[in-house]
Design a protein around this ligand. Sequence first.
Ligand code: ADP
Ligand code: ASP
Ligand code: MG
Length: 422
Amino acid sequence: MARLVMKFGGTSVGDIDRIRNVAAHVQREVDAGHQVAVVVSAMSGETNRLVGLTRDVARLHDAREYDVVVSAGEQVSVGLLAMALQDVGVAARSWLGWQIAMKTSDVHGAARIEDVDVAAMEEQFGEGRVAVIAGFQGISGNGRITTLGRGGSDTSAVAVAAALKADRCDIYTDVDGVYTTDPRMVPAAQKMNRISYEEMLEMASLGAKVLQTRSVELAMSHNVRLQVRSSFDAPDDAKFKNMAPDDIVGTLICDEDEIMEHEIVSGIAYARNEAKLTLLGVPDRPGIAAQIFGPLADAAVNVDMIVQNMSPDGKTTDVTFTVSQDELERAVKVVEAEKVGLDYSQLQSAPEMAKISIVGVGMRSHAGVAQKMFKVLADQGINIHVISTSEIKISVLIDADYVEPAVRALHAAYGLDEEVAG
Ligand code: ADP
Ligand code: ASP
Ligand code: MG
């Protein structure tokens, strides 16, 4: 007997038939004798609809009330799934974030999980009951409802798996694993059988939304065996018969040393919602960077890539940095408010940017990986605005219009395209 956490995303619970299909997947594991906790998202489109309502109702919104509204989608899906399970004879009950309790920080809209109390759920496992848990939501120390940021149900699932010391945490979604890049954009993308926590962390934080970044971090630090797999597989498929808890059908996120062969580049991620700001003619003196980025940090604007140019005359310089598109307006206001102190000559902003990143632990020991990336993009006539690197990734900022050709060309150039037989 194993203990499993099964998480189903929005598309997987998108309508009543799909919820019944989820119930059949859960029933299969229960029938195999496993203890099961299920984490579910809101039905697809529902969270977007709720976010829209909060935007329409008032110009400024109270983040605490925002969380009350946008967490509501999960309340519906847990109730429906518990009913669907009972309907097929599986004992089940729903749990909302506050009932568990899923304790979080009080950063509304982007709360972090601090503690998960699984005692009551564990007691019910003893009675053969499945726990159906609302993803994405928690409760703060002040007793207010919180949410974990978009895509946060993945993180709820991993946190529950860590607290339950589950044998595995299966993320069921609308693709059958983690691919070398988004398979919806590049049909030649290949499914990976395994990917290291570190690489998955980079892929997720650089835009691959198949897992929320925080969920990978949590899985890595708590050694949760995390699998991404398809909810569209037939629940009674023969391949699921007599499977051991170690058998993997999708992609396993695991330690680097569990992977035999490392490609130099394992995957490519992209993020479209980037914006670029450039301050021209900034006085080139010590402390200027702190003077620019301090107020942005105070205003909770997340700055990503930064480049500061050499000043030809030793007196002034240009500073370019990126923020997400939805934070651009706020960033511009902050920088404009500092105009007198910063004494720059001009502020330019470009809202339609995208970041393309190549990721791979094999890069650590290979030279020429970046050079190849720049050459491939140059051959496509794609201009690079900003570059940033770490040990296992290289990111470039380009015009958003070129995302698809850039990703496709890089995918082919690093040998990631699936070979077509014949
Ligand atoms: P869910 O609603 O189940 O949480 P998401 O939409 O959040 O599902 O995540 C699944 C989607 O992630 C896929 O449909 C796919 O388009 C996208 N995706 C982006 N990059 C990748 C990748 N490298 N591998 C697999 N899927 C990816
Ligand atoms: N329903 C939430 C969202 O759409 C959480 C999730 O799906 O993981 O962001
Ligand atoms: Mg998701």
